[in-house]
Design a protein around this ligand. Structure first.
Ligand code: UDP
Length: 233
């Protein structure tokens, strides 16, 4: 084992430039103050993330994706994670709604990118691009690529979800520097744990807000996303 995270564990891979991502059933919120086991969540997120990473790879954005190994594990390229969470938003929701006191679901005039520092000790504070560059969390060129990739990923994901009657409200991305090629690549996962997904007609939440806000049937909602994406896992 190389690293035990909140929702995933990382194990050594078969070669020095690969690792295995194991998807757990653990769900946490409020910086791990709230914790629960959601039976089957890891299996669903593994399949959903595998599917979406492949779609992103297909449009030419480099990702850590190699292959799904089994129900809970994927083989991925080893990266050094850039310690930034990139939040991509199409609508007001969550912390942004709170900050400006604007109703969740209100459309943004344009796609908004925000950044948080990846630090559990500090509670993932929001930071600016100036902070990132001044502190040296990544280079100017790397940040430019991160922004460009994030907007393109938003375009493809919005289309994929729209076609199955789901509105992509916002999501979180993490990037890393590939150990082998030294290029910036998309890492981590894309799943209902890291996206806000609302049914287009009813606005029913099909994502981790069901857990954060005690709305019930978290697994059923994740299962619905898998089924609508028509993923044969
Ligand atoms: N998000 C995430 N991990 C985090 C923080 C946010 O995956 O540690 C995702 C979250 O699911 C949402 C988006 O990023 O899709 C925007 O999150 P926001 O800042 O509104 O999160 P909140 O404060 O409401 O948890």
């Amino acid at each position: 084992m190389l690293y035990d995270g909140k929702a995933k564990t990382i194990f050594e891979g078969p070669t020095s430039d690969t690792v295995i991502q194991y998807f757990k059933d653990d769900a946490t919120a409020n910086n791990a103050e709230k914790h629960a086991i959601i039976d089957g969540k890891g299996v669903l997120n593994n399949s959903i993330s595998d599917f979406l990473m492949r779609k992103i790879q297909e449009i030419g954005i480099p990702t850590h994706y190699i292959k799904k190994i089994n129900m809970r594990e994927q083989l991925v390229k080893k990266v050094e994670i850039i310690p930034i969470e990139v939040l991509v938003r199409n609508y007001f929701a969550g912390s942004l709604s709170k900050k400006f006191c604007i109703k969740e679901g209100t459309p943004l005039a344009d796609t908004l990118i925000e950044y948080c520092l990846k630090s559990d000790e500090l509670g993932d504070p929001h930071i600016s691009s100036e902070h990132i560059l001044n502190i040296g969390l990544c280079s100017f060129d790397e940040l430019e690529l991160i922004d460009e990739y994030s907007l393109r990923i938003n375009d493809i994901l919005r289309g994929i979800f729209y076609s199955i009657g789901i509105n992509l409200i916002d999501f979180k991305l993490e990037f890393g520097i590939c150990k082998k090629t030294k290029e910036v690549i998309l890492a981590d996962e894309i799943s209902p744990d890291t996206c806000r997904l609302w049914d287009l007609k009813t606005n029913k939440k099909l994502d981790k807000d069901r857990f954060r806000r005690d709305l019930g049937d978290v697994e059923g909602a994740y299962q619905e996303v898998l089924e609508r994406l028509d993923i044969k896992s």
